[in-house]
Design a protein around this ligand. Structure first.
Ligand code: AMP
Length: 249
């Protein structure tokens, strides 16, 4: 089985996000970037499939600026075999990403695509679903468990009432939820080995995909700051304020 894993370079989850002064986007200059956390879980799951003997090859794919190669290297250090970098400076919306991934799937013919349920920068939660629709493949979204049994992918999903398990024919698309696994840290020897693993480079034109944006961002704003608190003298004053100022009781 061949597994394709999509890994996105995003602002590190520990960074306090700042909005650009012109209100067009969040600031990324001089900001620590890392692999999207849900994609780390996707890579980990693919590596576990390989370690269990269920998968033979893992291809890590990232689309974006030249530094996205670092994200692919991280996936290679975790255990992916090779990488594909579609280099572009364009802002990629989920539909463009899904179309590019579709073109790569048609080139690579994987049996399974594993990706994050959501990128923590745009919080779209759309790309996996769009990819499955474009390919006409079954999808198992928000996987908290993945098992390959008799040529089928059984995906367990946390839903409101409990756990749902869906059986998907392969090839299929699986998107990862937080509780699927705990991603490993790459060891130093594996980081060194990853430097020698191949990364192919492609352009959006070579894949024949028009990545022009379909959406217009009207503005990006910081959330409203928290107002300072006040210390009240007694319960009567508190009740009075809750009733007449906050109007919550
Ligand atoms: P989204 O729909 O934007 O929330 O992203 C969902 C998932 O799609 C991510 O967790 C990634 O696995 C994949 N993805 C989105 N954008 C990219 C990208 N530029 N390169 C590689 N994978 C991506």
């Amino acid at each position: 089985m061949k597994v394709l894993v999509a890994v996105k370079r995003v602002v590190d989850y520990n960074v306090k996000i700042r909005v650009k002064t012109d209100g067009t986007d969040v600031e990324t200059t001089g900001v620590k970037m890392s692999m999207n956390p849900f994609d780390e879980i996707a890579v980990e799951e693919a590596v576990r499939l390989k370690e269990s003997g269920a998968a033979e090859e893992i291809v890590a794919v990232s689309l974006g600026v030249s530094q996205a190669q670092e994200t692919i290297r991280t996936a290679l250090a975790m255990g992916a075999d090779r990488g594909i970098h579609v280099e572009t400076d364009a802002v990629l919306e989920p539909l463009a990403v899904a179309k590019l991934l579709k073109a790569l799937v048609e080139k690579e013919n994987p049996d399974l695509v594993v990706m994050g349920k959501q990128a923590i920068d745009d919080d779209s939660n759309q790309t996996g679903q769009m990819l499955a629709a474009l390919l006409g493949w079954p999808q198992g979204t928000f996987a908290s468990k993945l098992e390959l049994v008799d040529g089928k992918a059984n995906v367990t999903r946390e839903i409101d009432g409990g756990l749902e398990t869906v059986g998907l024919n392969v090839p299929c698309v699986v998107s990862t939820d937080l509780r699927l696994n705990e991603p490993r840290y790459a060891s130093l020897p594996n980081i060194m080995k990853a430097k020698k693993k191949p990364i192919d480079k492609l352009t959006t034109d070579e894949l024949g995909v028009d990545v022009a944006p379909r959406l217009e961002v009207l503005g990006v704003e910081e959330p409203a700051g928290r107002e300072a608190g006040v210390i009240v003298a007694d319960v009567a004053e508190l009740v009075n304020k809750l009733k007449n100022e906050a109007k919550v009781i």
